[in-house]
Design a protein around this ligand. Sequence first.
Ligand code: PBG
Ligand code: ZN
Length: 315
Amino acid sequence: MASFPVTRLRRLRRTGMLRDLVRETTLSLEDLVQPLFVAPDELRNDRLPPLTRRTVEGTVRECEELLRAGVKAVMLFGIPEEKDDDGSGAWIADGIVQQALRALRPRFPELLLLTDVCLCEYTTHGHCGVVRGDDVDNDASLELIARTAVSHIEAGADAVCPSDMMDGRVGAIRAELPDTPIIAYSAKYASAFYGPFREAAGSAPSFGDRRGYQMDPGNVREALRECALDVEEGADMLMVKPALPYLDVLRAVRDRFDLPLAAFNVSGEYALVKAAAAAGDIDERAGALETLTSIRRAGADVVITYWAKELAPYL
Ligand code: PBG
Ligand code: ZN
């Protein structure tokens, strides 16, 4: 009898070693970045442990554990002592992220230190730029975004990741920092999946929403235009965020651009799997590994994920 193609495929699935040999997409700790929240006071999150806020000392201890577990890259977010209208906590020399960088840099030369560059954690109104009148002022925000990036690099960051979505921010940062790697949150959608993050970072907007500067979930061609602008302005890596509801966007960006591509597996995506696992509906580890593998399969080189530390022993 003729053998059906499916039978040939099955021959390769018969043993784990053969499956491994022909696996198209791999997942390794080198591909993952762990987000960390630095704040003046600790604020534990027992339900979603990686969304815990840590002091500078607590962050140093956590980085020791991360390195021991094999995690090689972190992305720092800051929650300042005090917020103000212009988000000055984002760029002042002794801001919380700058303090953390100065503590981490000399201690962990082998740890890659990435920083999120945005104003929303630092502004009283919680928007990603400065507000003039009753709207976000794009151009007035650029100077402050660039100033924030410069202060992170001066304090020891390896690369900056602008997430504010103001037009022209990559160019504004590039003008100040000609040699600094810029990982641009290029296609960042106005998403419901940022909920746990905004809670952890205390950055929910106090009026309006972010749809004026973040992308409409219905659009993919617009994502390509955003990426093209970031490439032109000097980005070194592009990012799509969130990841799971936007796998097609990742694929489209991967096919169109040759820069390295990151995906942010955001807090709500993490919380979904956690909640289903807590309810006994799915196995968390398997669900997490499948999630991250699918993000890599869609085209991401790098995945920023709250699971990096938890999955380290299994990668
Ligand atoms: C700041 C920023 C956000 C996230 C990353 N950087 C929140 C937002 O835009 O509202 C979300 C990350 C997550 O949900 O895990 N602009
Ligand atoms: Zn923001």
